[in-house]
Design a protein around this ligand. Sequence first.
Ligand code: NAD
Ligand code: DAU
Length: 349
Amino acid sequence: MKKLLITGGAGFIGSHVVRRFVTEYKDVYQVFNLDALTYAGNLANLKDLASAPNYTFVKGDIRDAEFLDQLFSEHDFHGVIHLAAESHVDRSITDPMAFVLTNVIGTVNLLNAAKKAWKDDYSRHLFYHVSTDEVYGELHNPEEFFLETTPYDPRSPYSASKASSDHFVRAYGNTYGIPFVLTNCSNNYGPNHFPEKLIPLMIHNILHNKPLPVYGKGENVRDWLFVKDHARAIDVVFHQGKPGETYNIGGFNEWKNIDLVHLLCEIMDDQLARPAGTSKGLITYVTDRAGHDLRYAIDAHKIMHELGWQPSVTFEEGLAQTVAWYLSNTEWLEEVTSGSYQKYYDSMY
Ligand code: NAD
Ligand code: DAU
């Protein structure tokens, strides 16, 4: 069995990546999920794996360099898939330093641990950094898309921290010879998504008949991908991607926020058997996010052509599945929205 370290595996995307590698590669990988269990980390996302023989949870913080060095000296990790991060743009606007510490310094700590532990033969290993399309900035021309070659232009503290960590990964590859792959993905949605983000926040508020806060005029555009399709893309890139390469991942699925919220309202009314139009009545336009990027749109042709990956579900199917998941997991939703969530919510809206 090869030892595989996945960081941030108790979070939204990480939980789907951990589940995929534990269940699809039972005889191949011993999966170590390293997570600090911040407000966004939740072991309930992985409760079905608790007794899987090839799964080990390690509570730890990537800001702690000594801890990482110790972990890498105890285990000969074949590879690292690095997802642990502060991930919410709005939080990065109120507390940028938390994003520097985890996303930049935490990533460099992880690279240093790998560099020391793997020095006898870097070629046997792979460092995979999971990143975001936000590093490319924003688009205004509807004909334009983000390519792997698009120059970086991060515009929020979150995207600046992710851009910085991307640069460090490439720099360690170039300078020390650590084999790496990098992917930049668009907005994910699906089960286990923390309800500070647009889709689960709206689902939660519709359930509680609370206002649906749409920033600005709701004209901003995002490209949405079902989280299980992202996890599958990570699997494909980890196994077939060319070391040193970057792959953009996206759904060719652009939605204006207000149109997405309308669609979500219709699906919610339908699944809750409420009269059509009930949820739309909750929509409230609120003050715009500072520095709100207008449009993100990924060109995913490289991963499609070179590695044969493509999204498996339409947005309508994925969104209906997502709503169904939240409606049958209301305990999960209530648990994560109790306590400190309420304080955060009250400070935002
Ligand atoms: P998330 O906030 O749901 O989960 C992050 C996880 O990292 C949590 O489990 C948290 O406990 C853990 N973590 C945070 N700080 C840590 C630290 N210092 N040490 C160890 N663990 C720590 O995030 P997500 O939405 O699942 O995103 C995962 C990764 O994917 C991030 O790197 C993010 O930048 C990237 N990404 C996210 C999206 C998206 O749409 N959500 C899109 C593209 C890329
Ligand atoms: O593009 C990839 C990125 O997508 C990831 O790197 C980030 O980790 C992830 O959080 C996500 O960032 P966004 O800022 O695009 O996602 P969020 O869900 O916060 O917001 C989506 C859009 O909806 C954005 O234009 C802001 C808007 N919005 C958001 C919230 C929370 C609202 O209008 N109202 C809201 O209440």
